[in-house]
Design a protein around this ligand. Structure first.
Ligand code: HEC
Length: 213
Protein backbone atom coordinates (compact mmCIF):
# COMPACT_ATOMS: atom_id res chain seq x y z
CA UNK A 1 0.00 0.00 0.00
CA UNK A 2 1.27 3.44 -0.87
CA UNK A 3 0.99 5.02 2.57
CA UNK A 4 1.80 8.62 1.61
CA UNK A 5 -0.86 8.58 -1.03
CA UNK A 6 -3.41 6.94 1.18
CA UNK A 7 -3.04 9.43 3.97
CA UNK A 8 -2.94 12.36 1.61
CA UNK A 9 -6.64 11.90 1.09
CA UNK A 10 -9.60 12.86 3.18
CA UNK A 11 -11.97 10.74 1.16
CA UNK A 12 -12.47 8.13 3.84
CA UNK A 13 -15.74 8.20 5.70
CA UNK A 14 -14.10 9.19 8.97
CA UNK A 15 -16.54 7.49 11.27
CA UNK A 16 -16.34 4.14 9.46
CA UNK A 17 -12.57 4.06 9.57
CA UNK A 18 -12.50 5.07 13.21
CA UNK A 19 -14.62 2.10 14.22
CA UNK A 20 -13.33 -0.50 11.79
CA UNK A 21 -11.44 -2.41 14.47
CA UNK A 22 -10.33 -5.98 13.72
CA UNK A 23 -12.84 -8.39 15.28
CA UNK A 24 -10.30 -10.11 17.57
CA UNK A 25 -9.21 -6.82 19.05
CA UNK A 26 -12.76 -5.53 19.35
CA UNK A 27 -13.79 -8.49 21.50
CA UNK A 28 -11.62 -7.18 24.32
CA UNK A 29 -12.76 -3.58 23.86
CA UNK A 30 -14.80 -2.10 26.70
CA UNK A 31 -18.44 -1.18 25.99
CA UNK A 32 -18.66 2.52 25.31
CA UNK A 33 -22.06 4.11 24.72
CA UNK A 34 -22.62 5.19 21.08
CA UNK A 35 -23.56 8.72 22.14
CA UNK A 36 -20.19 9.14 23.86
CA UNK A 37 -18.31 7.90 20.79
CA UNK A 38 -20.31 10.32 18.59
CA UNK A 39 -19.51 13.20 20.93
CA UNK A 40 -15.78 12.41 20.91
CA UNK A 41 -15.68 12.20 17.10
CA UNK A 42 -17.50 15.54 16.81
CA UNK A 43 -15.27 17.21 19.40
CA UNK A 44 -12.18 16.07 17.48
CA UNK A 45 -12.99 18.45 14.63
CA UNK A 46 -13.93 21.73 16.35
CA UNK A 47 -13.00 23.94 13.40
CA UNK A 48 -14.37 21.67 10.69
CA UNK A 49 -16.18 23.36 7.80
CA UNK A 50 -19.98 23.40 8.25
CA UNK A 51 -20.62 20.74 5.64
CA UNK A 52 -18.38 18.29 7.51
CA UNK A 53 -21.13 17.81 10.06
CA UNK A 54 -22.80 15.12 7.96
CA UNK A 55 -19.46 13.31 7.48
CA UNK A 56 -19.07 12.94 11.24
CA UNK A 57 -22.51 11.40 11.64
CA UNK A 58 -22.94 7.75 10.74
CA UNK A 59 -25.87 6.88 8.50
CA UNK A 60 -27.84 3.63 9.03
CA UNK A 61 -25.44 1.59 6.86
CA UNK A 62 -22.34 2.83 8.68
CA UNK A 63 -23.95 2.14 12.05
CA UNK A 64 -24.86 -1.41 11.02
CA UNK A 65 -21.39 -2.03 9.58
CA UNK A 66 -19.74 -0.70 12.75
CA UNK A 67 -21.98 -2.82 14.97
CA UNK A 68 -20.88 -5.95 13.08
CA UNK A 69 -17.24 -4.94 12.57
CA UNK A 70 -17.85 -4.76 8.82
CA UNK A 71 -19.00 -8.40 8.67
CA UNK A 72 -22.81 -8.25 8.93
CA UNK A 73 -24.87 -11.46 8.90
CA UNK A 74 -26.20 -12.45 5.46
CA UNK A 75 -29.74 -11.06 5.85
CA UNK A 76 -28.47 -7.69 7.06
CA UNK A 77 -25.83 -7.60 4.31
CA UNK A 78 -28.63 -8.03 1.77
CA UNK A 79 -30.70 -5.29 3.43
CA UNK A 80 -27.72 -2.92 3.25
CA UNK A 81 -27.03 -3.72 -0.40
CA UNK A 82 -30.69 -3.28 -1.36
CA UNK A 83 -31.01 0.03 0.47
CA UNK A 84 -27.82 1.43 -1.03
CA UNK A 85 -28.71 0.27 -4.52
CA UNK A 86 -32.17 1.84 -4.33
CA UNK A 87 -30.58 5.25 -3.66
CA UNK A 88 -28.30 5.24 -6.73
CA UNK A 89 -28.87 8.09 -9.17
CA UNK A 90 -28.24 7.29 -12.81
CA UNK A 91 -27.10 9.56 -15.68
CA UNK A 92 -30.13 11.42 -17.09
CA UNK A 93 -29.15 10.51 -20.68
CA UNK A 94 -28.71 6.82 -19.80
CA UNK A 95 -25.05 6.89 -20.93
CA UNK A 96 -22.71 5.20 -18.46
CA UNK A 97 -19.51 5.72 -20.45
CA UNK A 98 -17.87 9.14 -20.30
CA UNK A 99 -14.34 10.15 -21.27
CA UNK A 100 -11.60 7.76 -20.13
CA UNK A 101 -8.95 10.52 -20.30
CA UNK A 102 -10.88 12.54 -17.73
CA UNK A 103 -11.34 9.31 -15.78
CA UNK A 104 -7.58 8.76 -15.67
CA UNK A 105 -7.05 12.34 -14.46
CA UNK A 106 -9.53 11.96 -11.62
CA UNK A 107 -8.13 8.53 -10.73
CA UNK A 108 -4.78 10.28 -10.23
CA UNK A 109 -6.18 13.20 -8.22
CA UNK A 110 -6.54 13.07 -4.45
CA UNK A 111 -7.88 16.62 -4.33
CA UNK A 112 -11.02 17.28 -2.32
CA UNK A 113 -12.67 17.32 1.10
CA UNK A 114 -9.48 18.09 3.07
CA UNK A 115 -9.29 21.15 5.32
CA UNK A 116 -6.88 22.71 2.83
CA UNK A 117 -9.35 22.18 -0.01
CA UNK A 118 -11.83 24.70 1.41
CA UNK A 119 -13.09 26.72 -0.32
CA UNK A 120 -12.94 24.30 -3.28
CA UNK A 121 -10.65 25.54 -6.05
CA UNK A 122 -11.22 22.72 -8.49
CA UNK A 123 -13.16 19.50 -8.96
CA UNK A 124 -12.66 16.67 -6.48
CA UNK A 125 -10.60 13.68 -7.53
CA UNK A 126 -11.34 10.00 -6.92
CA UNK A 127 -7.85 9.02 -5.71
CA UNK A 128 -8.47 5.59 -7.20
CA UNK A 129 -4.73 4.82 -7.45
CA UNK A 130 -4.44 5.13 -3.67
CA UNK A 131 -6.19 1.77 -3.44
CA UNK A 132 -6.09 0.21 -6.92
CA UNK A 133 -3.71 -0.65 -9.71
CA UNK A 134 -5.38 0.55 -12.90
CA UNK A 135 -2.79 0.95 -15.66
CA UNK A 136 0.64 -0.57 -16.29
CA UNK A 137 2.16 2.86 -16.80
CA UNK A 138 1.34 4.11 -13.28
CA UNK A 139 3.63 2.26 -10.89
CA UNK A 140 2.58 4.15 -7.75
CA UNK A 141 -0.60 2.55 -6.50
CA UNK A 142 -2.12 1.13 -3.33
CA UNK A 143 -3.31 -2.41 -2.75
CA UNK A 144 -6.21 -1.93 -0.34
CA UNK A 145 -8.53 -2.66 -3.27
CA UNK A 146 -8.10 -5.30 -6.00
CA UNK A 147 -6.07 -4.60 -9.14
CA UNK A 148 -8.36 -3.25 -11.87
CA UNK A 149 -5.95 -3.99 -14.75
CA UNK A 150 -7.85 -5.26 -17.83
CA UNK A 151 -11.14 -4.65 -15.99
CA UNK A 152 -13.31 -4.25 -19.12
CA UNK A 153 -11.37 -6.80 -21.18
CA UNK A 154 -11.85 -9.49 -18.53
CA UNK A 155 -15.59 -8.79 -18.62
CA UNK A 156 -15.83 -8.86 -22.42
CA UNK A 157 -16.85 -5.16 -22.39
CA UNK A 158 -20.43 -6.28 -21.72
CA UNK A 159 -23.15 -3.63 -21.37
CA UNK A 160 -24.41 -5.12 -18.09
CA UNK A 161 -20.92 -4.84 -16.60
CA UNK A 162 -20.67 -1.20 -17.67
CA UNK A 163 -23.79 -0.47 -15.60
CA UNK A 164 -22.47 -2.55 -12.72
CA UNK A 165 -19.18 -0.64 -12.74
CA UNK A 166 -21.16 2.60 -12.52
CA UNK A 167 -23.11 1.27 -9.54
CA UNK A 168 -19.97 0.05 -7.77
CA UNK A 169 -18.29 3.43 -8.11
CA UNK A 170 -21.44 5.43 -7.28
CA UNK A 171 -22.02 3.37 -4.15
CA UNK A 172 -19.66 0.46 -3.43
CA UNK A 173 -21.99 -0.73 -0.65
CA UNK A 174 -24.56 -1.64 -3.30
CA UNK A 175 -22.21 -4.45 -4.34
CA UNK A 176 -20.05 -5.05 -1.27
CA UNK A 177 -21.86 -4.26 1.98
CA UNK A 178 -19.48 -2.51 4.43
CA UNK A 179 -16.95 -1.91 1.66
CA UNK A 180 -13.83 0.10 2.43
CA UNK A 181 -14.28 2.02 -0.79
CA UNK A 182 -15.71 5.53 -0.51
CA UNK A 183 -19.29 5.91 -1.76
CA UNK A 184 -18.35 8.42 -4.43
CA UNK A 185 -21.82 9.26 -5.75
CA UNK A 186 -23.83 8.83 -2.61
CA UNK A 187 -21.48 11.06 -0.60
CA UNK A 188 -21.21 13.60 -3.42
CA UNK A 189 -17.45 13.18 -3.72
CA UNK A 190 -17.73 12.82 -7.50
CA UNK A 191 -20.46 14.08 -9.83
CA UNK A 192 -22.48 11.68 -11.99
CA UNK A 193 -20.50 12.88 -15.03
CA UNK A 194 -17.18 12.20 -13.29
CA UNK A 195 -18.37 8.72 -12.36
CA UNK A 196 -19.14 8.00 -16.03
CA UNK A 197 -15.57 9.14 -16.83
CA UNK A 198 -14.23 6.64 -14.27
CA UNK A 199 -16.48 3.95 -15.81
CA UNK A 200 -14.94 4.72 -19.24
CA UNK A 201 -11.46 4.36 -17.76
CA UNK A 202 -12.40 0.85 -16.60
CA UNK A 203 -14.67 -0.31 -19.41
CA UNK A 204 -13.61 1.43 -22.64
CA UNK A 205 -11.59 -0.79 -25.03
CA UNK A 206 -9.41 2.28 -25.82
CA UNK A 207 -8.54 2.96 -22.19
CA UNK A 208 -4.99 2.10 -21.05
CA UNK A 209 -6.62 -0.10 -18.37
CA UNK A 210 -7.56 -2.45 -21.23
CA UNK A 211 -4.97 -1.76 -23.96
CA UNK A 212 -2.11 -2.50 -21.59
CA UNK A 213 -0.33 0.73 -22.59
C1 HEC B 1 -9.94 3.74 0.11
C2 HEC B 1 -9.66 2.79 -0.89
C3 HEC B 1 -10.35 2.84 -2.21
C4 HEC B 1 -10.46 3.91 -3.08
C5 HEC B 1 -9.95 5.33 -2.89
C6 HEC B 1 -11.12 3.40 -4.25
N1 HEC B 1 -11.45 2.09 -4.09
FE1 HEC B 1 -12.36 0.89 -5.43
N2 HEC B 1 -12.38 -0.64 -4.09
C7 HEC B 1 -11.77 -0.62 -2.87
C8 HEC B 1 -11.93 -1.92 -2.24
C9 HEC B 1 -11.40 -2.32 -0.88
C10 HEC B 1 -12.66 -2.71 -3.16
C11 HEC B 1 -13.08 -4.17 -3.02
C12 HEC B 1 -14.48 -4.27 -2.52
C13 HEC B 1 -14.52 -4.15 -1.04
O1 HEC B 1 -14.23 -5.12 -0.36
O2 HEC B 1 -14.79 -3.07 -0.56
C14 HEC B 1 -12.92 -1.87 -4.30
C15 HEC B 1 -13.62 -2.30 -5.41
C16 HEC B 1 -13.74 -1.58 -6.58
C17 HEC B 1 -14.41 -2.04 -7.77
C18 HEC B 1 -15.11 -3.39 -7.92
C19 HEC B 1 -14.15 -4.43 -8.40
C20 HEC B 1 -14.91 -5.70 -8.76
O3 HEC B 1 -14.65 -6.70 -8.10
O4 HEC B 1 -15.75 -5.64 -9.66
C21 HEC B 1 -14.32 -1.05 -8.70
C22 HEC B 1 -14.88 -1.07 -10.11
C23 HEC B 1 -13.59 0.04 -8.09
N3 HEC B 1 -13.26 -0.31 -6.81
C24 HEC B 1 -13.29 1.23 -8.73
C25 HEC B 1 -12.75 2.33 -8.08
C26 HEC B 1 -12.58 3.62 -8.72
C27 HEC B 1 -12.91 3.94 -10.16
C28 HEC B 1 -12.06 4.46 -7.77
C29 HEC B 1 -11.79 5.93 -7.88
C30 HEC B 1 -12.90 6.76 -8.33
C31 HEC B 1 -11.88 3.67 -6.55
N4 HEC B 1 -12.31 2.39 -6.78
C32 HEC B 1 -11.38 4.17 -5.37
C33 HEC B 1 -11.11 0.44 -2.30
C34 HEC B 1 -11.00 1.71 -2.85
Amino acid sequence: MHIARLFATALFPLATVAFATPAAFAQQAPKIPDARVDAVVKAAFPTAPADWESRLTQDATMKECSAHHNAPPKALAETIQKREKAAIEYPADGKFMGDWKKGEALAQSGYGLRFSDYPARRANGGNCYACHQLTRKEVSFGTLGPSLLDYGKLRGFKEADVKLAYEKIYDSHSAFPCSNMPRFGKNKILTIEQITDAVALLMSPESPVNTGK
